[in-house]
Design a protein around this ligand. Structure first.
Ligand code: SAH
Length: 474
């Protein structure tokens, strides 16, 4: 079992300080289930790789586990545990790279908080739910994945593929974050009984999960799997994460969507919103368009019907929504020429994404209020400084209008996942600052019936890029 971590940070050998392991030495650590070796296949100023090799001893393992779980006599000795990444690798990360995992670095303390270009390669990562689970877990955290599906046996290709993947994760990120993600997500991918599930697991998960887990669209699945389907523990962990005891988040999510639809349905507001966005995109002359946070693809369907749009990209952080979008658009059955016009991408607006560069226009419809306010700066940076479409359309609820819905309790948002809802003044102040900072002009238009005092239920900002920004972030 091999995990390598590489960097091209300058100087790359700083990886040795961060990991607390000297690049010139091979070091061996004794663990209760075998041994771990750390060594550096390469260590130069331009490129440095640290390898963690896990040498699991099936005899030690069987003694630890006792005989009671074996489904056949030799099972304690003959199993895949020595060969695949599992909770044993998490234990090894915690024990061998513990200092780095906990964000300490005596010699280069400033490095701990510096995002650096990192690449982690896990030679044999199981996934009980195929390649899609790998993407669902890692993409929302900003990783680019390279996945190779391993055959069951290279000598007998007719046996088909195994459930083992060689996965390379690339991201510019703090090392401690990378290690934390691996620590939590590797056991989530593995379907076997975990090695260390015990009473303190909730704490461990929460400690290592912190904010990234709260925001992760698969947090239920992660908590569920990490805690090995122990419903009571899972529920406790989720309740702490969301600060509310919600035994069935799936069902509740649907109910919340329904609440939002109810509040807004009398107006057919969402349709009006999409129509306003579509009209604006048509008028702009855009041919290549992005729908960022496309959800289940309602706008995408409208865009497909207009021949003006030659390249249409829908992007969302929720894999499930993209699956629903693919169904709604009947992608499988579209004629080749139509099919080529549309691409669905799994990704997050909180991370730079090269795939989104080179488009005329971007629509961001009812998405920003789902982002944590402190993360908005990252969203702005990615869209306005990095992706830089000519036109950006952003819609968001007008909070002032909420008093017009008798069914909506005072001080409540229209949707429980909304992190904020802005007044017209708040939205305009924010958008004007974004435009001024990034070389765009901005104007505003109400969406839906306008009330004299509180305005319209929804609001749109139309950003137009003024000039080529020489300082575009590379
Ligand atoms: N634009 C769609 C969906 C709006 S709901 C429509 O108008 O119908 C908000 C969408 O934003 C959801 O699909 C959610 O998954 C997505 N979203 C939330 N955070 C995101 C992020 N960080 N990156 C990309 N999409 C995100």
């Amino acid at each position: 079992m091999l995990l390598t971590i590489s960097t091209t940070y300058d100087p790359a050998t700083d990886l040795g300080y961060l990991l607390h392991k000297h690049p010139d030495k091979v070091q061996t650590f004794s663990l209760s289930f075998g041994r771990a070796h750390v060594f550096y296949p390469e260590a130069t100023a331009v490129s440095c790789t640290a390898a963690l090799m896990l040498d699991i001893d099936p005899i030690k393992l069987s003694r630890q586990q006792g005989g009671d779980q074996a489904s056949f006599a030799l099972q304690p000795y003959v199993n895949n545990r020595p060969y695949v990444a599992s909770s044993f690798l998490s234990v090894a990360i915690a024990q061998v790279y513990g200092t780095a995992l906990n964000g300490r670095c005596k010699d280069r303390p400033e490095l701990v908080d510096t995002p650096i270009p990192l690449q982690a390669k896990i030679a044999t990562l199981p996934s009980h739910d195929g390649e899609s689970l790998l993407h669902r877990l890692f993409t929302p955290l900003g990783y680019t994945l390279h996945v190779i599906h391993q055959p069951l046996d290279a000598q007998f290709p007719e046996w088909g593929d195994s459930h083992i993947y060689t996965v390379t994760l690339t991201h510019t990120i703090r090392l401690r974050e990378l290690l934390t993600h691996l620590y939590v997500l590797i056991p989530v991918l593995d379907d076997e009984k975990h090695y260390w599930v015990g009473a303190d697991e909730v704490d461990k998960l929460l400690q290592k999960g912190e904010s990234w887990l709260t925001d992760h669209p698969e947090r239920e699945e992660i908590a569920h799997r990490f805690l090995r389907r122990q419903r009571r523990l899972t529920r406790a962990a989720l309740a702490q994460l969301t600060e509310e005891d919600d035994p069935d988040p799936e069902a509740t999510g649907k109910q919340h969507d329904q609440e939002e639809t109810n509040a807004e349905s009398s107006l057919g507001l969402h349709q009006q919103r999409l129509q306003a966005v579509l009209d604006m995109l048509k008028a702009s002359g855009a041919a290549r368009v992005l729908d960022l946070g496309c959800g289940e693809g309602r706008l995408l369907r409208m865009l497909l019907q207009e021949s003006q749009f030659k390249a249409i990209v829908g992007m969302d952080v929720s894999y499930r929504s993209l699956e629903l979008a693919a169904e709604r658009l009947k992608l499988e059955r579209l004629p080749e020429r139509q099919r080529e016009r549309i691409t669905l991408l799994h990704g997050s607006l909180l991370y730079r994404d090269q795939r989104l560069v080179g488009y005329d226009a971007a629509a961001v419809v009812e998405v920003i209020e789902h982002l944590d306010a402190p993360r908005l700066a990252a969203f702005v940076q990615n869209v306005f400084a990095f992706t830089q479409p000519q036109i950006v359309l952003i819609t968001t609820p007008n909070q002032e209008y909420n008093v017009m819905w008798p069914s909506l309790p005072a001080q409540k948002f229209r949707h429980r996942d909304h992190r904020f809802e802005w007044t017209r003044a708040e939205f305009q102040t924010w958008a004007t600052k974004v435009a001024d900072t990034h070389g765009y002009t901005v104007r505003f238009t109400p969406i839906g019936p306008e009330d004299e005092t509180v305005g319209a239920p929804s609001q749109m900002a139309i950003f137009t890029r003024e000039h080529i920004d020489e300082n575009r972030t590379p």
